[in-house]
Structures are given as structure tokens and as C-alpha cells.
Design a protein around this ligand. Structure first.
Ligand SMILES: *Cc1c(COP(=O)(O)O)cnc(C)c1O
Length: 213
């Protein structure tokens, strides 16, 4: 068994059935994605539109592979994603949501999205303020080609992530949303305990990331 297949199995074995594992493959070569796919993995997350497109083209022969876009997204890059990406985790403003709906609708497609929340109000981080989430969620729900599935967060790098995960779960519940995207290699077991339905795991599956080329 390859290292990737082995690590995938280890990560999966710790996840309840209700949790979808998104294998985060940013800066990893297409061949590593192919290896994970051969081991049964179907959901993959990418952060950079240009890099993702090259890999999506190289892997176009894998029909049931589902792409999740999880990186910061500029409105002018949305056109490349339209109809090719199943999920976007990083919607944090109405302008971006409108462009996603418009571009996916033009392809006769829809996109499932998470509203990203800046749970700790970190100045350098994307995501809407927790207090803005309810109003934004209402606006997103009105867009025809967008399916709002839940909230997403990346807690601060320092400190205990649990209170942030718990707060996001409560906000998600108050909004009546079914899914919750939280948890990375370092903290996904805690995120699952706190109610994550989607975890985004990179290095624990693929090993250390090569620098971005
Ligand atoms: C890179 C990334 C991950 C995966 O991080 P790991 O620590 O390698 O598991 C998860 N979510 C987002 C938004 C990321 O950018």
C-alpha cells in the first residue's frame, strides 16, 4: 500500500460515516490525487484557481471526482470554476455569491456553498463577521444557482480551537443549515466532536506540502 493510501485509511478510520472527508491537495501533483482516488477517495479540495484548473484537466478521466474550492476566491476567477466545481467553502461576501450563481446558472449548473465566518475576528483573515452571517445567509438563499449548505471556519492558529468550533455549530444550528465545514489535519478530531460534517485534511493524507510553484 502506498503512503498516501495508508494515511488515507488511518484518517478515514477515525471518522464517523456522517462526515465527508475532503482531501486537500493544494500544491500536490496530480499523480498524488490519482493515488488517493485509486484508494477510494472522491472529494478533493484546492485553493488556487490556476493550479486547480491544470490538475482538473489532467484528471478529467476520473468521472466521479468531486472538486471543492476552499481558497480565497476573487470574483474574476469564478468563471473558471463554473460547472466544474461541486462545492465552494469560501463564500464570504454577497458580490462573490452573486457571481457564482450567475456563472453556474449560465452553465445550467448549481453549486453548493459554505459561508465562511471569521470566528475570532482576526484582521488578516477572510470570512464575514459572526454578526453578519444571518443576513448574508438570507441573501445567499435567494440566489437561484447557489445552494447554501452551512458555515465554514478556520480557527486561529494559536490556542484551543474547540470554543470556536462550538460557536460555529451553534450559529449553524440557529440558521437551520445542515452541513458544517471545519477541521484540518491538526484539529479535525476536535471538529468532528463538535459537529463537523465536512473536514478538510491535507498534510495528514499527502504529507508535507511542496512549496507553491
Ligand atoms: C490548506 C487548507 C487545509 C488543509 O490543511 P492541513 O493542515 O494540511 O490539513 C484546510 N482548509 C483550508 C481552507 C486550507 O487552506
Amino acid at each position: 500500500m502506498s503512503g498516501i493510501a495508508e494515511r488515507l485509511r488511518a484518517v478515514r478510520s477515525g471518522l464517523p460515516d456522517r462526515v465527508t472527508l475532503v482531501a486537500v491537495s493544494k500544491t500536490q501533483p496530480a499523480e498524488s490525487i490519482r493515488e488517493a482516488y485509486a484508494a477510494g477517495q472522491r472529494h478533493f479540495g484546492e485553493n488556487y484557481a490556476q493550479e486547480w484548473r491544470a490538475k482538473a484537466d489532467a484528471l478529467a478521466d476520473l468521472p466521479d471526482l468531486v472538486w471543492h474550492f476552499i481558497g480565497g476566491l476573487q470574483t474574476n476567477k469564478v468563471k473558471y470554476l463554473a460547472g466544474r466545481v461541486g462545492w465552494v467553502h469560501t463564500v464570504d461576501r454577497l458580490e462573490l455569491a452573486r457571481e457564482l450563481s450567475r456563472r453556474f446558472a449560465a452553465r445550467g449548473a448549481a453549486v453548493r456553498v459554505f459561508l465562511e465566518v471569521n470566528v475570532a475576528g482576526e484582521p488578516a483573515k477572510s470570512g464575514c463577521a459572526p454578526g453578519e452571517a444571518a443576513a448574508l445567509a438570507d441573501q445567499l438563499r435567494a440566489l437561484p444557482a447557489l445552494e447554501l449548505r452551512g458555515l465554514m471556519c478556520i480557527p486561529p492558529a494559536e490556542g484551543d480551537p474547540r470554543p470556536h468550533f462550538a460557536a460555529l455549530r451553534e450559529l449553524n444550528r440557529a440558521l437551520g443549515l445542515p452541513d458544517l465545514s471545519m477541521g484540518m489535519s491538526g484539529d479535525y478530531p476536535v471538529a468532528v466532536e463538535e459537529g463537523a460534517t465536512v473536514v478538510r485534511v491535507g498534510t495528514a493524507i499527502f504529507g508535507a506540502r511542496p512549496p507553491r510553484g
